[in-house]
Write a protein that binds this ligand. Sequence first.
Ligand code: SAM
Length: 281
Amino acid sequence: MSMQDRIRAYLDEEGFKERFYGAIVAYVEDHTSPEFFKEYRKLRDRRDEKNNHEDTREFYDCGYQTVGNFVLYDLFSSRFRRIYEFHLKELTETIEPNSKIIDVACGSGIITVGLAELLNDMYIAGVDISDLVIRARERAERRNMKNIEFVRANMDDLRQELLQTSLRSSLPFDHLICMDAISEGINGEANTTYENASYPGLVKRIKSRLDEFKKIVRNSGKISISETCPGPERDSYDNMVTFYEKMLGKLFSLESMRCKEIMTKDCKLYTTYLFNLKVKS
Ligand SMILES: C[S@@+](CC[C@H](N)C(=O)[O-])C[C@H]1O[C@@H](n2cnc3c(N)ncnc32)[C@H](O)[C@@H]1O
């Protein structure tokens, strides 16, 4: 079976069928109390407005709940199935054999567990600030994966927090991935973030996250970061490339950059970017 077929089979098995947004909303409404979805939306709006750790965590913690046959977070992200396909394909081509990998802000572990499976049970750790790590652990257990661990940690204080966990003995990692999460808690949607590169906390926060990532990756190790923005490629490509080029400085070099426009089943267009950085020694 080709890697592409294996990726598709994995996402099928994990229930990631692409769904229309309207159908997802109807499903959630049918399987919860009338107040539930209102509360979920309130948490989402508050996260977007406040952009702090507490509200971000509270929103994702809510996504940890099961609704009918699905985890709420997965149900909504199944809408982005084509993005997961692209990320898994790119990562399986980029990660070198026998690497020790860490997935920072791994959410419900769809990429983490997928990599462990597709790369033949290579060692991989996942960390996230929210209860979603519990779902990620369950996903790995269901698939009987051995070389995988999930712990709760805040990426803003990553090294210190990892030193308090079982991952202490796995430091440093060969390859760190952070998929669609590095601008979390900064300024809502990634495209707004990069267009408003003058937004006060943005550069500082992403820089300090990259510094934090460097502390747990070996010299000459790799870091892969993805960001997904609504809209076509030309709207955000230049902003994003300029942004990363300006920021990398002495610590990292940009090895490659890939991007792809992806249309969801309900005809919303997104562009996803994947930056591969190398840690300078
Ligand atoms: C858009 S989701 C992406 C999840 C996963 N990487 C994926 O591709 O499905 C963003 C994730 O970042 C996590 N997150 C937000 N702020 C964080 C922080 N300070 N430290 C660790 N994780 C964080 C959230 O809990 C959430 O799971």
